[in-house]
Write a protein that binds this ligand. Structure first.
Ligand code: GLC
Length: 751
């Protein structure tokens, strides 16, 4: 019998309030005042532009990099003094930044502040789960919270521009940068893009604790052929508009201040010199008025693409297409004046690029408040509050892939636990790729071994044995690991990839566990002891044997500074896992690309019929599907209701379902709403995610969860590339993964 208890509205608000970032979100400025502020900024830009020389204008378009430790190079101060260096990459640290800023503000002719950018991708020094891990929380609130904390720490170090969020859709796990994004789905990626932009920027990024964000890499970088980083991309405009552009548009709608063009060529035109994407779509269709920075030397690389015969042509192609700032290569500065003289670049184009750079500096408040408060660093960096948030976000990002015979959660008073695997006592890999100021630093990082020791008491004996390395053929450590398991009540094996096996320039042709880790798991499991596999990885892996034979599997990705504590919280049940996969796990690398929102084909897979779309040697279904994730409790979905049976093309429809916690423990479920356009003028996916909500329910508690479907939800690009909702039958599917769920139908009728 369902309890009639429904969480009161005040309780929901209180719950959401407790989960929101520790710093109260700033209310957006009233529209009128915002418009006045923008008009004032434009006037100040006009005044400044009129005074600038060509060299000073080109200087604003130049970005140079400092060393990985944050220091600047010998040539930099003088370039700043001469107004020839508008922004930095990597240079950071309050004192250092103020030293350079003081030169700009007191010694240069026009006193234009310098902008300091850095790859604050998933934390500055307090590191949160890698973005693919954080996305697994299916919690935009968590994503916003971690981005806000990252902004607080970065801005305390003088960084006011982050080259994040990376919003590239990735359907190919061979591609190492799948780790940096929110996975394979455009709707989901759009929701997470909005949340992260809001987290970094707040409602007004002139707030000195905020940073301006950067939607990257524009565009379709994740569609690299064969999953090989930097490789060519080629697709229909329909695929571009329906799969790869939406998260970037979502970032623009969220007010993102900057974009980064990409390395890849798209349909034959490199994205760092692509007028269609950089001007037609970004400027003309989306009305984006921020700045575009190239990727690292991607302007110079136009020659490698054989688009540009020489440096001058590369500079011309990039700036005329819509790139404003050149990252690290110096072709704009080297050839700009001559391109102007030869009328290959107009002064109007140059002025527009400079205007956009100055606009972001004004919006950041840098002209009026150029210096960073040096007292903030010590207070903000790795504060107890930030570490607590890192632990909470990490725990909510973990995905319970399998849990047979209630192997998990473990009880805390176990007599003995064997902990093995190359990542069990590891610290340096836990922060994953793009770990910002935590690079090569391990202090403060909690390993799984340390987290479990802290969680269990003196009465629990921990038998640790590494067993093997991540890579290599050495199995000499197996015997010790087997003995540890034999002498324990339960065995935990922590395996996966090293951090540098994902991220930039880290594609893999295989998705198997590297080295002899699988053999280690088999040896430990052969002892007959209950074995828990903890995965640390930057991409989906083909863990077929483990999925078949291991009783419990916890996907932790690279969970950040507090990984060990968060993983222990989940292993021992202090946190009930509620994460879901934002990417598909294939059975074989041969299935790639494999994603849930695929087309049905004319001969959909049918094991009983030879002549259908399938393989001879592997099942066509995924090992673990998009949206999959288990809990220590159970939930039921019933009573799917639609607010109408028929709607007009411009109409809306509400789908609602009852969710009940039928288990014995409180927990989170992610309710997912999919649609299917049953018949349309172009083929449509078998299902498309159009809504989701992570909810918390106590045992026996139930709640009705509602989703509103709008024309934006139901529309697609037709044969004439018009976005429209076509009349016809639609299905609504509500479930807890991209497989199965409750179904209902409705119809869109002609006006
Ligand atoms: C890199 C990456 C980009 C990063 C930039 C600056 O090559 O592609 O994501 O923001 O260079 O580090």
């Amino acid at each position: 019998m369902k309890s009639t208890k429904i969480i009161s509205l005040t309780v929901i608000i209180a719950l959401l309030g407790s989960m929101l970032p520790t710093v109260r979100a700033i209310a957006p400025p009233p529209p009128k005042r915002f418009a006045q502020r923008q008009a004032n900024i434009e006037r100040r830009i006009d005044t400044l532009l009129a005074r600038m020389t060509v060299e000073e204008k080109l200087g604003q378009l130049q970005q140079l990099d400092g060393d990985v430790d944050g220091s600047f190079r010998a040539e930099h101060p003088d370039l700043v003094r001469r107004g020839l260096l508008g922004s930095f990459l990597n240079v950071r640290g309050a004192k250092r930044v103020n030293e350079l800023q003081r030169i700009a503000m007191t010694e240069s002719r026009l006193k234009i502040p310098v902008l300091f950018g850095y790859d604050v991708i998933h934390g500055y020094r307090t590191i949160f789960p890698v973005p693919l891990g954080e996305a697994s929380s299916w919690s935009p609130v968590d994503a916003e919270r971690s981005a806000q904390i990252a902004a607080r720490e970065a801005s305390a170090a003088g960084v006011r521009w982050t080259f994040a969020p990376m919003v590239d859709i990735a359907r190919d796990p061979r591609w190492g940068r799948i780790v940096e994004g929110a996975g394979e789905d455009p709707y989901f990626g759009s929701v997470m893009a909005r949340a992260r932009v809001r987290g970094f920027q707040g409602a007004d990024y002139s707030d000195p604790t905020r940073v301006v964000a950067c939607a990257k890499h524009f565009v379709a970088y994740g569609a690299a052929e064969a999953g090989r980083d930097y490789n060519t991309t080629d697709m229909s405009e329909t695929t571009l508009r329906e799969i790869y552009l939406p998260p970037f548009k979502a970032a623009v709608d969220a007010g993102v201040g900057t974009f980064m063009s990409a390395f890849n060529d798209l349909n034959g035109v490199p994205t760092s010199a692509n007028p269609f994407t950089l001007t037609e779509v970004l400027r003309n269709e989306w009305k984006f008025d921020g700045l575009v920075v190239s990727d690292y030397e991607s302007v110079k690389e136009l020659m490698n693409h054989n688009l540009a015969a020489d440096e001058r042509e590369a500079a011309r192609a990039a700036i005329n297409a819509g790139v404003d700032i050149e990252m690290v290569s110096r072709l704009f500065n080297k050839h700009g004046a001559q391109l102007l003289r030869e009328n290959k670049v107009s002064m109007g184009t140059l002025d527009e690029a400079v205007r956009r750079v100055l606009r972001i500096k004004f919006r950041l408040g840098l002209f009026d408040n150029p210096y960073v408060d040096e007292s903030r660093e010590a207070k903000e960096i790795m504060s107890a509050e930030h570490l607590r948030a890192a632990r909470e976000v990490a725990a909510r990002s973990l995905v319970l892939l399998k849990n047979e015979r209630e192997t998990l959660p473990l009880t805390k008073n176990l007599r003995s636990i064997a902990i093995t695997g190359p990542l069990a006592d590891d610290q340096k890999n836990l922060t994953g790729s793009w770990n910002a100021d935590a690079l090569n630093k391990t202090e403060g990082i909690v390993s799984v071994l340390a987290g479990i020791r802290a969680k269990t008491g003196a009465e629990t004996k921990i038998n640790y044995a590494k067993g093997c390395e991540i890579t290599g053929d050495d199995t000499s450590g197996f015997a010790e690991a087997v003995r540890a398991a034999q002498n324990s009540d339960v065995a935990i094996v922590v395996v996966g990839e090293s951090a540098e096996m994902s991220g930039e320039a880290a594609s893999r042709s295989s998705l198997d566990l590297p080295g002899r880790q699988l053999d280690l798991i088999k040896a430990v499991q052969a002892t007959g002891k209950p074995t828990v596999v903890v995965l640390m990885n930057g991409r989906p892996l083909t863990i077929n044997w483990i999925a078949e034979n291991s009783p419990a599997i916890l996907e932790t990705w690279f969970a950040g500074t507090e990984a060990g504590n968060a993983i222990a919280d989940v292993l021992f049940g202090d946190v009930n896992p509620g994460g879901k996969l934002p990417v598909t796990f294939p059975r074989s690398v041969g299935q790639i690309p494999l994603y849930y929102n695929h087309k049905n084909t004319g001969r959909p897979p049918d094991a009983k019929n030879k002549y259908t779309s399938k393989y001879l040697d592997v099942d066509v279904t995924p090992l673990f599907p998009f949206g999959h994730g288990l809990s220590y409790t159970q939930f039921s979905l019933t009573n799917l209701q639609l607010s109408a049976q028929r709607i007009r093309p411009d109409g809306r429809i509400i789908a609602s379902v009852e969710v009940e916690n039928t288990g014995r423990r409180a927990g989170d479920e992610v309710v997912q709403l999919y649609i299917r356009d049953v018949a349309a003028s172009v083929t449509r996916p078998v299902r498309e995610l159009k809504g989701f909500e992570r909810i918390t329910l106590r045992p026996g508690e139930w709640r009705r969860v509602s989703f509103t479907l709008t024309p934006e939800s139901l529309g697609f690009y037709d044969r004439q590339m018009r976005f429209r909702v076509e009349p016809g039958a639609f299905k609504v599917i509500v479930g807890t993964s991209s497989v199965g769920g409750l179904e209902a139908g409705f119809e869109v009728i002609q006006r």
